[in-house]
Design a binder for this molecule. Structure first.
Ligand SMILES: [Zn+2]
Ligand SMILES: [Zn+2]
Length: 83
């Protein structure tokens, strides 16, 4: 359960940076540039509309710079290079 390792304060910081929207910029997901899907803080880990999760860079500590907020669709479509 890697996601429970992320500290809530770090998550909140990443959430604020993201503006409550998906930060994914992977090409091949069907979105131009950043995904920007609107997310709901209360729906972390949910597969409903507004559901989201956090990705931590492989092998990195869960500091703000190493975390990306992604919508559940982008999470399903997969991690890109570097994540
Ligand atoms: Zn997304
Ligand atoms: Zn994406």
């Amino acid at each position: 359960m890697a996601k429970s390792d992320v500290k809530i304060a770090v998550l909140q910081g990443a959430w604020r940076r993201a503006g409550g929207r998906c930060e994914c910029t992977q090409s091949g997901h069907g979105h131009e540039g950043r995904c920007n899907a609107e997310l709901n803080w209360g729906l972390r880990g949910s597969s409903m509309d507004g559901g989201w999760d956090s990705l931590t860079r492989t092998g990195a500590t869960d500091s703000l710079a190493n975390i990306t907020i992604v919508c559940i669709d982008c999470k399903r479509k997969g991690r890109g290079v570097g994540f």
